[in-house]
Design a protein around this ligand. Structure first.
Ligand SMILES: O=C(O)CCC(=O)C(=O)O
Length: 354
């Protein structure tokens, strides 16, 4: 058969995809997240980060926001939001929107959403701080994502800017949603991606991100899981997990990057492309810094609290462009390498970008 008419074999598809992971790091991403010491111009931001779909951390861009000092005080927040009802997300272990054991078939997994309870802000803050104790039967995380800052928390609008001006100019639009996140060190957000350009500003405490570029979609083992949610029973005072009815399936990343020591070996053998591929990008975003998290990047998030036991962050979601990169991504994702037997994972033991 001529070279032209030959179908690519499984192994060549797999090595091409592994080559893509390596090439995108060599050509563009490098091995660590770039850190800017001041706000970029809109043109610099567009050219160096938005167009190449490349994350960066920016210091000294929000130092004038009064939130940076005012929100360190619980008294200030409780006074400003004394009469506000906010949505608090409750889970038994801090893992909302995460894969957990299926309630009726524990050897399989389901996608669990938190129980959402509306309550006065001062009570919600109390729950967040108190539930950082390992003896608390639940973990509380204020993580409503439907533009909650501009609705539930609108009393705090004067403490920050309504948008990030150089980012808005680069994207050519204003934020579609602005969300407030208040959590403690027990809350984590499992690997997922969003169809938004994200400017993630940390106000108090620290956020720890693991980032994986969209080119590496096959390393995330995105599969469909039945949707379930936690319900709080007033009688027992406990959260119980119930499957949604009628049933619904959610595509979600299967990888837990920090498996317990007892499940580590099993996780490595289930998800070899994650564990043996290039290291994820790690970064910590400190109070006063912004992370630019480009659209479609997979992210896993943990947090360290401030001296008052909470981490507060604000993110600005801008609409992404559904352009040629999105089309390439969809094409890449459609290639089913997991069923290709020839795709034995390659081990990148000390991948250093070279
Ligand atoms: O802060 C977190 O826990 C998650 C943030 C996130 O997923 C996002 O900004 O898209």
């Amino acid at each position: 058969m001529s070279e032209k008419g030959r179908k690519p074999s499984g192994s060549s598809i797999c090595s091409a995809i592994e080559g893509l992971w390596k090439e995108v790091r060599e050509l563009s991403l490098g091995t660590s997240i770039e850190h800017l010491q001041s706000a970029p111009s809109s043109l610099q931001f567009l050219r160096q980060f938005v167009l190449p779909n490349k994350p960066c951390i920016i210091s000294n861009a929000i130092q004038h926001w009064s939130a940076l000092s005012a929100w360190t005080e619980d008294e200030y927040l409780c006074r400003a939001l004394a009469d506000r009802q906010v949505s608090l997300h409750l889970t038994p272990d801090g893992r909302a929107d995460a894969l957990v054991h299926h309630p009726s078939s524990p050897s399989t997994l389901c996608f669990a959403s938190a129980h959402v309870q509306r309550m006065p802000f001062p009570l919600a803050l109390q729950y967040i701080v108190d539930s950082s104790s390992p003896s608390s039967p639940f973990v509380a995380y204020a993580q409503e994502q439907n533009d909650c800052f501009r609705s539930e928390y609108s009393q705090l609008l004067p403490d920050v800017e309504s948008h990030i001006s150089w980012a808005s100019e680069s994207f050519g639009c204003l934020p579609e949603a602005v969300n407030l996140w208040i959590g403690n060190q027990r809350s984590e957000t499992s690997f997922h991606k969003d169809h938004y350009e994200n400017l993630y500003a940390v106000i108090t405490g620290e956020k720890h991100f693991l980032l994986i570029p969209p080119t590496d979609v096959h390393r995330m083992y995105v599969r469909e899981y039945p949707a379930a949610s936690y319900n709080f029973s007033q009688e027992t005072g406990k959260l119980s997990l119930e499957l949604e009815k009628p049933s619904r399936y959610i595509p979600w990343c299967s990888v837990n990057p920090f498996p317990s020591s007892s499940t580590r070996e099993q996780q490595i053998s289930l998800f070899p492309r994650y564990f043996s591929g290039p290291e994820p990008f790690h970064c910590t975003v400190k109070a006063g810094e912004i992370l630019y998290l480009p659209s479609m990047w997979f992210h896993y998030v943990r947090q360290s609290p401030d001296s008052r036991g909470r981490t507060i962050a604000l993110n600005y979601w801008y609409d992404m462009r559904f352009d040629i990169k999105y089309a390439y991504y969809n094409f890449l994702q459609s290639i089913d390498i997991h069923s290709t037997k020839a795709c034995a994972p390659k081990v990148y033991e000390s991948y250093d970008g070279s």
